[in-house]
Design a protein around this ligand. Structure first.
Ligand SMILES: Nc1ncnc2c1ncn2[C@@H]1O[C@H](COP(=O)(O)OP(=O)(O)O)[C@@H](O)[C@H]1O
Ligand code: SF4
Ligand SMILES: [Mg+2]
Length: 405
């Protein structure tokens, strides 16, 4: 199923970033520090869902904490800047420079988070009414009891929970319902950005699917931007507008999600795709990636993925691959796709990869077909634009499941 994007991300212009993080590096202190996030730059556009994928231990949560200044010792952000750009055209706010009171207001009202453990972070013996009220009392003290109740009911209803549950307790709710309450709380103050860190991972597949569809609907209706973190790449391809794949604390591939659904460009992305079942799509055989991510306390040489990569060759052991836009001929195919939508939603250099296979000097033969970085998944053949804009995606394939949302 391909979920319809909430907003045509570029239609309002590519300067429409709501969050801009540049050169973020985070270390966990210790005898030998863990370099959990290494020089990561990302941009979140207004109204879009940006997916961040990667196995456990790749630095996804650490990055999310850094973006919201939620890092706690021994974590230290050693480098980087995070800017929030409001709707009003005012100067961007440097989140790292906010004073404690401004930071407190910023969280919840501008950026809120939903964690994997949100359902366990609700106090089981304090009523939902009290827990919603705590948020409003802290951030909107002028709200009276009646208004707080009304808004709390509205929020419960919004995430598909009967508002009569407001007087009840979290221990009376299932895991899925508690996670929905966590999402309702994150949306309580109508934030512009919601960061969701594995929000459905602890739930069974049916409940996961329901909640994902709910998140997509809410995003469409309310227009907030989302950073959605998960190890489940197929889910992100279905759900997000753009995605970034993290490995060993770095972004190794960044692209519009739908394009990666054609043919990805990085061997790790291909491995993740093969390793996860597609919750919203067709059933297929799964294949794990051999080995495990590196110990981030070690100094990494060359490509961090090399010990696990079946395509490893000459420069991989010693030269660190840098995230770079895809070169021809992949770029030519991307351009042909862009021509069809007038470059409204994406730009040529939106697809970047950190892999020597795409460096024509190091690898004159170019990447193998399965890593061609082909948005169409057709080996560069552009099918006629039959039905474009009528529920048919740019490849000519019927867009999956649009009727469901
Ligand atoms: N509190 C901590 N102290 C020391 N190291 C940590 C701590 N939290 C995470 N790490 C390390 O940082 C790296 C990235 O972790 P994390 O951001 O949780 O990854 P992910 O969310 O992708 O699973 C891992 O190597 C992990 O062991
Ligand atoms: S740079 Fe080399 S080792 Fe790293 S992903 Fe590319 S081919 Fe594999
Ligand atoms: Mg995590």
């Amino acid at each position: 199923m391909r979920v319809q994007p909430a907003a045509q991300t570029g239609a309002e212009g590519r300067n429409d970033a709501v969050l801009r993080a540049s050169h973020i590096s985070v270390e966990y202190g210790g005898t030998v520090p863990t370099r959990a996030v290494r020089d990561v730059s990302i941009e979140l556009h207004r109204g879009e869902m940006l997916g961040i994928a990667g196995e456990s231990g790749c630095g996804k949560s650490t990055l999310a904490y850094a973006l919201t200044r939620l890092l706690r010792p021994p974590a230290v952000m050693t480098e980087g800047q995070v800017l929030f750009c409001g709707r009003d055209g005012a100067a961007p706010i440097d989140i790292m420079q906010l004073e404690p009171e401004a930071l407190r207001r910023f969280r919840w009202t501008v950026v809120s988070m939903v964690f994997q453990s949100a359902m366990n972070s609700l106090n089981p013996v304090i009523s939902l009414r009290r827990q919603f009220s705590d948020i409003f009392e802290a951030h909107v003290p002028e709200m009276d009891r009646e208004a707080r109740d009304r808004r709390s009911r509205e929020l419960l209803e919004m995430v598909g929970i009967d508002p009569s549950r407001l007087g009840g307790f979290p221990h009376e709710l299932s895991g899925g319902m508690r996670q929905r309450v966590g999402i309702a709380m994150a949306l309580a103050l109508q934030p512009e950005i919601v960061i969701m860190d594995e929000p459905t991972t602890a739930l069974d597949v049916v409940v996961q699917r329901e909640i994902l569809l709910e998140i997509a609907r809410l995003r469409r209706e309310l227009g907030f931007s989302v950073i959605f973190i998960t190890h489940d790449l197929p889910m992100l391809v279905d759900l997000s507008d753009r995605l970034a794949v993290m490995y060993a604390g770095e972004i190794v591939e960044r692209a519009p999600a739908e394009w990666v659904g054609g043919r990805p460009a990085h061997p790790y992305t291909l491995g993740l795709q093969a390793a996860c079942p597609d919750l919203l799509g067709e059933r297929r055989a799964l294949q794990g990636i051999p080995g495990s991510p590196p110990d981030l306390r070690q100094r990494l040489r060359g490509c961090a993925f090399a010990p696990r990569c079946q395509y490893v060759f000459g420069p991989c052991a010693d030269i660190h691959p840098v995230l770079s836009p895809l070169a021809p001929p992949a770029a030519a195919v991307i351009e042909s796709v862009l021509d069809r939508d007038g470059g409204k939603t994406s730009k040529l250099n939106d697809w970047a990869v950190a892999c020597h296979l795409h460096d024509r000097t190091a690898n004159p033969a170019g990447p193998p077909d399965e890593l061609a970085g082909d948005p169409l998944g057709t080996g560069g053949l552009v099918p006629p634009a039959v039905g474009a804009g009528l529920g048919v995606d740019p490849t000519g394939r019927p867009a999956r499941g649009q009727d469901q949302l």
